[in-house]
Design a protein around this ligand. Structure first.
Ligand SMILES: [Zn+2]
Length: 306
């Protein structure tokens, strides 16, 4: 989660001045709703009361292992999900003085399930707090809406976007895109995830399809629409992970694939070739030419080391 406690948008909600048993955070920016809801939940469970990120409770919260916090995020909530919540409602908290039920994207809960939850919202007890988020108010039953404290979130201000850019350690180019009024937090996450995923999938396909020089043209032309500088950085990082047999970062599939295709010395030589390619790209040599040469060199290394 993104801890938004230092953002104006969070502080302007004045959440510490009110104590309700159910909250609903809403705006069209789905990621903003979710992260504000999570920041608030964390502050309620934090030993210091301010989502410090450092105390035992905050750390448990981050690992989804706090015994008094239930966080749900689904594309399709079912009645069984609500039944699981109801089972937890009647016990006392274990380590905190309250129990939190965070249900993100609540609009993904169908009418039957919402109706089932309604009774718990109607009869609050001293321990349970519900924290919901949604970007589609029209999908929520009016009976549910009438029982929650609704908090509308404005668009992110420029100042808050700067705080978030620093929190996420965004590069200058991405930060500049994010500062544009048209880009919200949901768009930003899409931007960040898609680029990485596209580049990663392209690398995986290149390496799994690379057997002879005849394979190269088709593989090169299949790499489209990626951040070209980032692509070679990722390429190098993937090879480094294979060299170190680090399966955590990109998963066992790609590490095993590279290690089955290339001997250790070949991987080391390839890293040097990727570095050469990176230097060429920096000198404005055409990306596809650089990639074509790189794949040819990788194959040559593999062949020479046999
Ligand atoms: Zn804390």
């Amino acid at each position: 989660m993104l801890n938004l406690k230092n953002c104006n948008i969070y502080n302007s909600c004045n959440l510490n001045k009110t104590q309700h048993h159910a909250y609903l955070f809403y705006s069209l920016d789905r990621a903003l709703n979710d992260n504000i809801a999570l920041t608030f939940a964390k502050s309620l469970i934090c030993d210091k009361g301010d989502a410090c990120d450092e105390c035992a409770s905050c750390r448990q919260f981050d690992c989804f292992s706090h015994p008094d916090v239930t966080i749900l995020n689904s594309d399709n909530y079912k009645v069984e999900d609500v039944n699981d919540i109801i089972l937890k409602l009647y016990s006392k908290p274990i380590s905190a003085n309250k129990k939190l039920f965070v249900i993100l994207n609540f609009d993904n809960m169908n009418e039957t399930a919402q109706n089932k939850l309604l009774k718990s919202l109607e009869e609050p007890n001293q321990y349970n707090i519900f924290i919901l988020s949604t970007s589609k108010m029209d999908k929520i039953l009016t009976t549910v809406l009438s029982r929650v404290n609704k908090i509308y979130l404005n668009k992110l201000s420029l100042d808050d976007k700067k705080i978030i850019s620093a929190l996420l350690n965004l590069d200058d180019e991405t930060a500049a895109k994010f500062l544009s009024p048209a880009i919200n937090l949901t768009d930003l996450f899409k931007l960040l995830n898609n680029e990485d995923e596209n580049s990663f999938n392209s690398i995986f396909n290149l390496l799994s399809g690379l057997n002879t020089t005849a394979d190269i043209p088709a593989l090169v032309s299949a790499v489209t629409d990626v951040d070209k500088e980032k692509f070679l950085e990722l390429f190098m990082d993937v090879f480094l992970s294979a060299l170190e047999n680090n399966k955590e970062k990109y998963g066992a599939k790609i590490v095993d694939l590279i290690n089955s295709k290339f001997k250790k010395q070949v991987i080391i030589n390839c890293l040097e070739k990727i570095n050469e390619a990176y230097v060429k790209l920096k000198a404005n040599v055409n990306f596809y030419y650089v990639l074509d040469t790189l794949l040819y060199n990788i194959l040559k290394e593999k062949f020479l080391c046999k």
